[in-house]
Design a protein around this ligand. Sequence first.
Ligand code: GTP
Ligand code: MG
Length: 333
Amino acid sequence: MLYTFDINEGSIVIKMSEEEDFLEVLKELPGVGNVTAKKLIEAGYVTLESIALSTPAELVVNAGVSESTAKKVINSARQKLNIEVTTAYEYYLKKKETLRITTGSKNLDDLLGGGIETQAITEIYGPYGSGKTQLAHQLAVTVQLPVERGGIERGCLFIDTEGTFRPERITQIAEAFELDPSEVLKHILYARAYTSDHQILVTAKAEKMLKKENIGLIVVDSLISHFRGEYTGRETLAERQQKLNKYIHMLLKYATGYNLAVLVTNQVMADPSTFFGDPTRPAGGHVIGHGVTTRLYIRRGKEGRRVIKLTKSPYLPEGAVEVLITDKGIVDV
Ligand code: GTP
Ligand code: MG
């Protein structure tokens, strides 16, 4: 299947038409014929990594191949990638250490233990206009900074579900960081997602770009707006959560497999059970709560400031910092 990403005002567009090349790669693997190769590609397995990182059961369900074929293909893919330990995850975890990407705010970096980390999903949730999309833009730039300035010198895949990505804002922030704006824009792969299914498809199809384009950060802004908008009734809730769960696992697999950072934004909803304190909580329930590694809550503070609070981390203490959103991006107060 051919897939074409959307165009956004001169920013980068990805065209995906390389299934045929990959078909040849797959067919060269021992034990893989034309039929199996086609099934795998149609199911969205478009890189050797995506196969090597799978379990046989996943291939059986997703691509409709037999279990013995699945095992053979996975082994061949792992051999080809020189992965010789039991699971691909272990291999990647061992080989690749966590990297950190500066947010551009020293205080926020400190709160996060040095910036946004790879091999993990970081969520930022907060009300309308609080600055989630701004942080997403900022990180799309800072990921490209040289290592000595807190970046990882890699690109960004920006999945936009709300149509709020603004190349002009990227230009502004890039200039503030003394980077060449057109170079920065060239290293942002932009994908507009129009429905939840489209979002899933776009994300699945983007896998083959991750290594090729040296992607160090995936932004999903917003993670669940489509899901919330489409699955409104109680009777569809289970289905929605199941889809979201699968989606988050896909993101986590990318984060681990390609040693990259994932930033997702999320909305808040009123929590009727809260009488005291902040009457808001992130949308999406436990599926997101368990799925993401680190959670940040952003809200408006005094005098146009933004308060960012760390509300979930596997090892860091809770805390909060204040930042400002300026023409130069997000800066310390
Ligand atoms: P929703 O997506 O609607 O939930 O909101 P959000 O949390 O994504 O908000 P967003 O990041 O879009 O923040 C919007 C706010 O950022 C605006 O109200 C402005 O205060 C600020 N902002 C956005 N663009 C600029 C800009 O170019 N310059 C400056 N100085 N501030 C900006
Ligand atoms: Mg937004």
